[in-house]
Design a protein around this ligand. Structure first.
Ligand SMILES: [Zn+2]
Length: 76
């Protein structure tokens, strides 16, 4: 299981953007990276099941998939 969280200081630092103002952009930023990581893990350990999640600061957890990226993009 890999879990990212919203309003992440590391993401802000690395990407130079404050995603607190734009939740959709934030979802895409995390989703693309989580999916990249997932495919790297699966490539190396094909039998492992990888769950990718994004948690909000209020404790809500979203399941992240390739659809998370596409869905957010079509909404913009
Ligand atoms: Zn963080």
């Amino acid at each position: 299981m890999v879990m990212d969280h919203r309003d992440c200081g590391a993401y802000r630092e690395l990407l130079g953007e404050d995603y607190a103002k734009d939740a959709q952009k934030e979802t895409i930023a995390h989703s693309t990276r989580l999916m990249r990581l997932k495919s790297m893990i699966v490539e190396k350990y094909p039998k492992i099941e990888v769950e990718t999640l994004l948690m909000s600061l209020n404790g809500d957890v979203e399941v992240i998939s390739n659809a998370s990226i596409a869905q957010e993009e079509t909404e913009i």
